[in-house]
Design a binder for this molecule. Structure first.
Ligand SMILES: [Ca+2]
Ligand SMILES: [Ca+2]
Length: 194
């Protein structure tokens, strides 16, 4: 009987993960407090105060993206009209379920167009960050885990300068760990019953 209960628990855990992995529900937040509250305060911050990124965080910029040591933020230039499809891609290991930051769009020549945000894993469109942003929060939460996020310049002829400061993100446990926790919970329940 006990083995059956454990197997049932593992099966339910597996089904839950399979069900939530098939489709992404994305919720965009422009209110920092709401984003943080939705994660129960469980998030990490990269403040770009030095050239060393948090463990497991990396980026690839197809143009000139880099950490600005004097300003202590990340900056990049995305040419909207370029055939090189310039982009910034952020990578996270372990995977994350939430991402955000404080964005400033603009630079020499104007404020540009906008930034378009995609899940790089699936090319799923998340939303756009307006060229009116001047240090405000923009972020999102996904109900599925993701590895990377892609930023490209919005439609228009202008190049898109942008700065990203205090990048925030949230990780979730690996499925195997959660399965083990579920099993541990079942064992605990059995012990109490005995
Ligand atoms: Ca900073
Ligand atoms: Ca750092």
């Amino acid at each position: 009987m006990y083995k059956l209960v454990v197997l049932y628990g593992i099966l339910i855990t597996f089904i839950c993960f399979t069900a939530t992995s098939n489709a992404s529900i994305l919720t965009v937040y422009t209110d920092e407090t709401l984003w943080k509250n939705a994660l129960c305060g469980n998030f990490m911050t990269e403040d770009f105060a030095d050239s060393q990124l948090n463990s497991g965080v990396s980026f690839v910029s197809s143009e000139s993206g880099h950490i600005n040591p004097a300003g202590e933020y990340y900056q990049d230039v995305l040419m909207s009209g370029s055939q090189n499809e310039p982009m910034t891609t952020w990578f996270f290991d372990p995977q994350i379920k939430a991402f955000g930051g404080y964005w400033t769009l603009g630079g020499p020549g104007g404020s540009g167009n906008s930034l378009l945000v995609y899940l790089a894993d699936s090319s799923l469109y998340v939303g756009s960050i307006s060229n009116s942003y001047g240090g405000e929060f923009w972020g999102f939460i996904s109900d599925t885990r993701l590895t990377s996020i892609k930023l490209i310049g919005g439609n228009g002829d202008n190049q898109q300068n942008y700065q990203l400061d205090n990048m925030v993100y949230s990780q979730i446990p690996e499925p195997a760990i959660i399965s083990l926790l579920a099993i541990a919970g079942l064992v605990k329940i059995r012990c109490r019953c005995n």
